[in-house]
Design a protein around this ligand. Structure first.
Ligand code: GDP
Ligand code: MG
Length: 826
């Protein structure tokens, strides 16, 4: 707990003093040292300051300052102790001895809270993963880490609680990421900040370092990508720079783990204030700015209402830069008018003297500091400078050449996904077939067997065959991400995407949607702008995923045998076209604020490690298998149940009777089997029609009548909500009963007649049906992904509503127009 929370007369033992360097130093000098006892002499709820006794001296502390000291109290000790009864001795339970309290304080003091701060793409998440053993997503483009991730690990008797923060270039209050990081640093007060710096791009990375120095954070710099620095033959005397800026610098390669142990040993040293390099420096902003900082700081001091735990120099700099957050914070302090007046006066002076606005003046001064620091310590290898990255980029991001290269890449990806995927798909299919034959042959007849074979194995097996395609797709996508090509793809697509109200980065999730909408929606996390992210998620279901393919294959095969390819192309393009249309509508009506422009950085190409690609593939496979084990399993069982029951009906009994009759009377062997098969089919159809799902289908059929669908199609659309592949398996059950041979199914579809003797399926109805399957209710897993990623049920329901409405409207238009013209021309 915090020292400020102890009441009068209570006692605590100090765990640690949080906050920035200078403040901590002063508090520690007063005697607030880990393991020492503090007594509260006087702590009245509304009174400030609070009186304490520590090391025999009476001291008074502001409430806000006392909040920065962590202690353990007797009550806390007792609570922790009861949790571990074996540790409890009779007297320590009632009144902990000072020794055991101290031991607890010492132990607690060995937990170090560490925050990872750095530019996007500098390797924070890799470092985090290596240290904490996590598998967070690492990608070679910015914005992969959107929210903070926490992890724990131990080294040398210390426990590290690490937080991986979003990447930022600066700590001004412009983007949500910057605000997020700043808020974390101010509110969570990490004990030590690890500033991850990309050694291959020192100048830009050190800008953030300057701001952290201003904030007076205790920090260690991880000089990451050290391998690249060495490979390029650049010389960097990081030890001198460390001394110059009073911050330890440890070279690391977070991809391989090189230097990470040293890094955390330095963190311990800094935490324990034992590091020889550690020293708080002031960045020299030059005469004009320093004078202004001095005057504003002086006013802040005179005001006296600012907590000592905040650096007044930092506040002054931020005030002069016109930082809105700091400004409103200061304005809320009593008597702050004089401070703001002084700021305004100084700012005007700076602008007059330097002929640039204040903020720019500070930015320029920081870059001046950096280039000065680097000139003394850094010597780039001139010969190597025209890097291979620049040469490749010349082609890949070329205005004209970029697109064919990109299309080629996509083509290879899809070809491999479907062609190469066919083989393992066949293996899985035969494995599933073998298992269901095995079960069929080894179980006694009954509902349980039917459930296992038709419900579970049939339902889940029909979907699991897509696992290889998904793995191959992800191998490609991981390769493109990690190598840096994805960033280029986003770059060249940026202009087109902007026309849709989206961002270049939206392109990646949209492409992934052709594989499976679920991971695609998760991938939209990488888009920084919330507006673009939301629109990308909302239109993603319109990208025709691979689960819809079986439906297209079946129906185009039956009704458009000559023009199957063209129809398929029409379907895919309709999806894209509708996505563009809806994106523009959403942009216009739901997310119409202007986006802040983002830097589309082009990270250097890197050969991805096989390990990271395998990790990605495995992560996706896990997600997919999870979907199998959960939603699809449940849906399969449910659909099976609804289709299986009720078992008996009058109609069914009549067929049974007829079958028995024929068995007895018909003598011609061939004719008999044929007749029985036909009767079996009619019986199972009667059963389907009479089953619960059949009844539901007949109930909703009137709504779908204007689109040309009968009750069987309605039922398959209902079941297809679980996963679109299920549409095919349902149709095969409804049309052929036992056998699901595709040849037979297409024939049955064509020959089916309604009560009036008209065909149930026509090419027009098939088209309308396929469009409906493309657009309506994506699938339960996609909806749950949208709910997770958007953080609200509302958007899940919204997607259901809009896709179903849109599907109805489109199919209705197609069917009715087609119908009209067909009548017109006979
Ligand atoms: P973040 O955006 O800061 O979280 O960065 P990531 O951890 O996602 O890493 C970005 C890219 O840099 C990935 O492709 C990593 O594999 C790669 N990377 C990370 N650390 C190193 C390193 O030390 N050396 C090299 N060569 N590449 C690295
Ligand atoms: Mg990251």
């Amino acid at each position: 707990m915090r020292l400020s929370e102890l009441r009068t007369g209570e006692k605590g033992v100090i765990v640690k003093v949080m906050g920035r360097g200078a403040f901590r130093k002063r508090i520690i000098e007063m005697g607030f040292i880990r393991g020492k006892e503090v007594d509260v002499i006087q702590n009245a709820p509304l009174k400030d300051p609070i009186h304490y006794r520590v090391m025999g001296y009476d001291v008074s502390l502001r409430r806000n300052d006392a909040k920065m000291i962590e202690v353990v109290s007797a009550a806390e000790f007792a609570e922790a102790d009861t949790l571990q009864p074996e540790n409890r001795s009779a007297d320590s339970y009632i009144l902990p001895s000072n020794k055991s309290l101290q031991a607890m304080a010492m132990h607690k003091g060995k937990t170090i809270n560490v925050a990872l701060v750095g530019n996007p793409n500098c390797g924070k998440t890799s470092l985090f993963n290596f240290a904490s053993g996590a598998h967070e997503h690492v990608g070679n483009y910015s914005g992969v880490t959107v929210d903070a991730k926490a992890g724990t690990f131990h080294q040398n008797g210390y426990t590290f609680k690490i937080v991986d923060l979003p990447g930022t270039y600066s700590l001004s209050a412009y983007t949500p990421e910057e605000l997020y990081v700043r808020k974390h640093l101010n509110e969570e007060q990490p004990d030590v900040v690890i500033n991850v710096v990309d050694a291959s791009n020192l100048e830009r990375n050190l800008y953030l370092t300057c701001q952290l120095i201003d904030m007076d954070m205790r920090m260690v710099i991880a000089l990451n990508m050290y391998d690249e620095l060495e490979r390029h033959g650049n010389k960097f005397d990081h030890e001198s720079l460390a001394r110059m800026i009073g911050t330890p610098i440890v070279p690391t390669v977070s991809k391989t783990g090189f230097g990470i142990e040293d890094l955390f040993n330095r963190v311990i040293k800094v935490y324990e204030e034992e590091d020889p390099v550690l020293r708080h420096i002031h960045i020299n902003y030059g005469d004009v700015l320093e004078k202004a900082i001095y005057s504003v700081r002086h006013e802040l001091k005179l005001n006296g209402n600012v907590s000592k735990s905040l650096s007044k120099r930092y506040l002054s700099i931020k005030l002069l830069e016109g930082d809105p957050e700091v400004e409103s914070f200061v304005k809320a302090l009593p008597g702050s008018e004089t401070v703001i007046q002084e700021r305004d006066r100084c700012a005007a002076q700076i602008e007059a003297l330097l002929k640039e606005d204040c903020e720019t003046a500070f930015t320029n001064a920081r870059y001046g500091f950096i280039s000065g620091a680097l000139r003394e310590t850094y010597e780039p290898n001139k010969i190597h400078e025209a890097t291979s990255t620049q040469i490749i980029d010349l082609f890949v991001t070329h205005k004209v050449l970029g697109f064919p290269i990109f299309i080629l890449f996509m083509w290879v990806m899809f070809e491999a996904t479907f062609r190469v995927g066919e083989y393992p798909m066949g293996w899985i299919e035969s494995l599933v077939g073998w298992i269901s034959e095995f079960v069929r042959g080894n179980m006694s007849e009954g509902p349980l067997k039917d459930l296992l074979v038709d419900g579970i194995i049939g339902g889940v097996g029909g979907v699991i065959v897509f696992l290889p395609n998904i793995l191959i797709l992800y191998a490609f996508i991981s390769f493109m991400e990690d190598s840096g090509y994805m960033a280029r793809a986003a770059f060249i697509m940026d202009k087109i995407m902007h026309k849709m109200g989206l961002h270049g980065k939206s392109f990646i999730p949209l492409v992934m949607g052709f594989g499976c909408n679920v991971p695609a929606i998760m991938a939209s996390r990488t888009i920084e702008s919330r507006n673009s992210r939301m629109i990308t998620m909302l239109v993603n279901p319109l990208m025709s995923c691979s689960a819809r393919l079986p439906v297209y294959v079946l129906l185009t095969g039956a009704f458009f045998p000559q023009t199957a390819g063209t129809v398929m192309l029409i379907l895919y393009s309709s999806g894209i076209l509708l996505a563009v249309l809806m994106a523009r509508l959403f942009k216009r009506f739901l997310f119409n604020e202007e986006d802040v422009p983002f830097v589309m950085e082009l990270p250097p190409y890197r050969m991805p490690t096989g390990k990271s690609i395998v990790i990605h593939m495995w992560e996706k496979a896990k997600q997919y298998l999870h979907k199998m084990g959960g939603i699809i399993l449940i849906a399969s069982i449910l659909i099976w149940f609804l289709g299986y029951f009720p078992r008996h009906s009058e109609g069914g009994d009549i067929f049974d009777k007829q079958i028995a009759e024929i068995e007895q009377t018909e003598t011609n062997e061939e004719k008999r089997t044929e007749a029985i098969a036909e009767l079996e089919r009619l019986k199972s159809m009667e059963h389907q029609q009479n089953s619960y799902i059949g009844r539901i289908g007949q109930t909703i059929q009137p709504i779908l009548h204007p689109l040309g669908f009968d009750w069987k199609m309605s039922v398959s659309l209902l079941t297809g909500m679980a996963a679109k592949e299920v549409v095919v398996s349902t149709l095969s059950v409804l049309y052929t009963g036992e056998s699901d041979d595709e040849q037979v199914l297409t024939e049955r579809l064509k020959q089916d007649r309604n009560a009036e003797g008209e065909p149930v399926f026509t090419p027009l109805i098939a088209l309308s049906f396929m469009l409906f399957v493309l657009i309506y209710f994506p699938c339960i897993a996609t909806i749950s992904a949208i709910v997770n990623e958007s953080g609200s049920w509302k958007w899940g329901l919204f997607v259901i509503a809009y896709t179903c409405t849109l599907a109805w409207v489109v199919s209705c238009l197609v069917y009715q127009t087609g119908h009209f013209f067909m009548n017109l021309f006979g």
